[in-house]
Design a protein around this ligand. Structure first.
Ligand code: ATP
Length: 687
């Protein structure tokens, strides 16, 4: 396996290490959202396609809390509810996966915006956003499934206990310090179940030294990016709504307005949920949590991927077999894989796919600690995230990340580093192989005698899994880059001849990553048939004012881009050309791309190369205008673009039968060159 060609986007080879070396201990009418100017627009936007249900009718459950152990201090919801809210302060919580805790009551909350796509995906009618039931539920004032009078009901809110490695060091107990889950909701049409959660709803036992609040600034960022990532096809936690808390003044670097984002995910479990149990030696809880994830989150042990045909060469098994029975063991003696290995494999593969998408789309989380790495493979926790402006592999959006640990280039390595920590937590279960259900092992764990083969097996399997991670990552990265470049087939030489030279060129010439792909999407093959054509068209990739790099030697910059375009054009002709079109305007030897085929290629490229990404400077503008100017519509407009990122334009068009007014000038500005002073912004972790 070669990693050199991908050096611009991954540095996987350096940081692989012996895994156990340390210790063993659009809603149906998504266009609707921004189509209006009134402050409570949603009811006017119902369309016949709105098949959603009311919040009250949405099927709800509490599998998480009924399957896993609660904080012993509050064994039942009633115990928690009877306790005055201000007495549920920070402390260490042992022997538990979560604590029952209700959100604080919020006075005069103002619902600022909802994501129509999120409403749709949850199965909610958009008109629900206008109801008091909805507005009170999304800030935690109204609890679903709980009657405060009788202190009873099918469910009660909770906060999770987790820990984490932050910037490589063990940070101890973290937990949901300002997130409180309300219920699980199952979309009645799709059957997909989500855990619905508030962020910024008050203190929990996991708040440590902080206040349980979230500021409007970071809430807007999370609200928009969660939905933007999902619209780009990148797995992410989601955001349903954002509310302003007018009476909440939050102290950060300055006093800022408080807000609550209601968000949802198929699972909010993080690697940190296992880290804390391992750190505390709570091995029975590790097993219980692993069982819960396999059975409840992933839908059953038989859904998990089995052993690879040839673990030495994972690329031979791009889609490992599933439907393997819970108790099956696969593999040779000393490397037998049990169901916990299959669970680990599922988590590895999901995260490999997600980080490949981040790399292909130039997204950086900014703080990839283990408490910010999802068991479900979702992008999770949006602090100092960013989309790449100028392509720079060493860029980190995190102002405080001096060592560039979470820079673009390092993301694949870091996710693997985190996966190894997870492997350590699951190591005993993975290493036990065919003995995982042995009663002595289950009750008492390993002994001096049983440890060595167990450790050896776990080490072997986790190391093998590292190869699988790389393989899944690379395959997905190649797939996406192939699509982004408008190619139908993959060639083994693409990494060396196309991808790496492109990334090198973007970096050397300080070109914008996203604009490059989008502008390439509308470049006709017939327009770059000759060297002269290519040199002429090269400048479309420059900033209007030229860049520092191109100003130095614009002719050389044009030449470099033209050379790359020549290689790209050949590959496009290979994939889209036909002998029948010989002699067409393209005029390439023996085989050419018809105008019709080229139109198809350009349309396909536009479907994978976004015109809009919520860059730092755009979010800063939105925040400024909402905070200082009291604007509200801008939130709806930015969300509309985030939910329809691949369109050429938005204002004045109709989306799913609903006219969208928008703001033409604004969207042209937001999809053009990033203003010079606003490129590659960084932000701090304060939120
Ligand atoms: N204002 C706050 N009050 C209480 N706890 C906080 C606050 N800010 C952060 N935390 C806690 O500190 C830890 C790390 O914070 P981080 O910023 O990574 O997470 P977050 O943004 O609060 O949460 P999430 O990962 O759920 O989006 C988490 O345990 C988080 O709950």
């Amino acid at each position: 396996m070669r990693f050199q060609p991908a050096a611009r986007c991954l540095a996987l080879t350096q940081h692989f290490r012996s895994p156990l070396s340390r210790s063993f201990s659009s809603f149906s009418n998504p266009g609707a959202m921004a189509a209006v100017n009134n402050t409570s627009p949603y009811s006017s936007l119902q369309s016949p396609a709105d098949q959603g249900v009311t919040l009250a009718a949405l099927p709800k459950s509490w599998h998480f809390t009924s399957s896993l152990p609660a904080d012993p201090l509050f064994p039942t919801p009633a115990d928690s509810h009877k306790t005055p809210r201000d007495q549920i302060g920070p402390r260490q919580v042992r022997g538990a996966i979560f604590t029952w805790v209700r959100p604080e009551i919020q006075k005069d909350p103002e619902l600022l915006a909802v994501s129509p796509a999120a409403m749709r995906d949850l199965g909610l009618a958009l008109s629900e956003a206008d109801t008091d039931e909805f507005k009170q539920t999304v800030v935690g004032n109204k609890l679903q499934g709980w009657d405060p009078e009788t202190l009873s009901g099918p469910g009660y809110p909770w906060a999770q206990c987790y820990g984490g490695f932050q910037f490589g060091d063990w940070a101890g107990q973290l937990g949901d310090g300002r997130a409180i889950s309300l219920f699980e909701a199952t979309n009645p049409h799709t059957g997909v179940r989500y855990e619905v959660q508030l962020k910024g709803a008050g203190m929990t036992p996991y708040s440590r030294f902080a206040d349980g609040k979230a500021v409007l600034r970071s809430s807007i960022r999370e609200f928009v990016v969660s939905e933007a990532l999902n619209a780009l096809g990148i797995p992410s936690t989601r955001a349903l709504a954002i509310s302003l808390l007018p009476h909440s003044k939050v102290r950060r670097e300055r006093i800022e307005p408080g807000a609550i984002v209601v968000r949802f995910a198929q699972s909010w479990l993080r690697f940190g949920n296992f880290d804390i149990l391992r750190a505390r030696g709570e091995r029975d809880l590790i097993r219980r949590l692993a069982d819960y994830i396999a059975e409840d989150v992933f839908g059953g042990w038989d859904k998990l991927p089995g052993r690879l045909a040839n673990p030495e060469d994972p690329s031979q098994t791009p889609d490992p077999a599933r439907n393997i029975s819970k108790d099956a063991f696969e593999g040779p003696e000393g490397a037998e894989e049990n169901r916990y290995m299959r669970l680990y494999r599922e988590i590895i593969r999901r995260n490999a796919l997600t980080v490949a998408k981040w790399q292909a789309y130039g997204f950086m989380n900014g703080v990839l600690n283990t408490d910010n790495t999802s068991i479900f493979g979702l992008s999770i926790d949006f602090g100092p995230f960013a989309f790449m402006d100028n392509f720079d592999p060493s860029y980190t959006p995190n102002h405080d990340d001096f060592l560039l640990r979470y820079s673009y280039r390092n993301q694949p390595t870091i996710i693997w580093w985190n996966l190894v920590r997870l492997g350590e937590a699951l190591g005993e279960l993975i290493g036990s192989g065919p003995g995982c259900d042995d009663p002595t092992f289950v009750s008492s764990g390993i002994t001096e005698k049983t440890a060595p083969p167990l450790v050896a097996r776990a080490e072997k399997l986790i190391n093998q899994a590292g190869e699988e991670y790389k393989s899944v990552f690379l395959a997905e990265y190649k797939r996406l880059m192939t699509a982004r470049l408008g190619l139908k087939s993959q060639s083994p030489s693409d990494f060396d001849t196309l991808f790496s030279p492109l990334l090198d060129t973007l970096q050397a010439l300080e070109l914008d990553f996203h604009l490059f792909f989008r502008r390439l999407s509308s470049l006709r093959v017939s327009a770059i048939a000759t060297e002269g054509d290519r040199l002429a068209h090269a400048s479309r990739f420059f900033y209007k004012e030229g860049s520092t790099a191109t100003q130095k030697d614009e002719a050389a910059a044009r030449k470099r881009i033209a050379d790359w375009l020549a290689v790209w054009r050949e590959r496009v002709v290979q994939d889209w050309g036909t002998l029948e079109t010989w002699g067409s305007s393209d005029g390439s030897g023996g085989c050419a791309v018809s105008d019709e085929a080229d139109e198809q290629r350009m349309a396909a490229m536009k479907k994978v190369n976004p015109n809009f990404v919520p860059r730092g400077w755009i979010l800063d503008e939105v925040i400024r205008r909402v905070e200082k100017g009291g604007e509200r519509e801008i939130l709806k407009r930015v969300m509309h673009l985030a939910l329809h990122p691949f369109e050429d334009s938005w204002a004045g068009r109709t989306f799913d039968g609903v006219p969208y007014q928008g703001d033409k000038e604004e969207e042209v500005r937001w999809t053009s060159d990033v203003p010079r002073s606003e490129r590659a912004l960084q932000c701090s972790c304060s939120s």
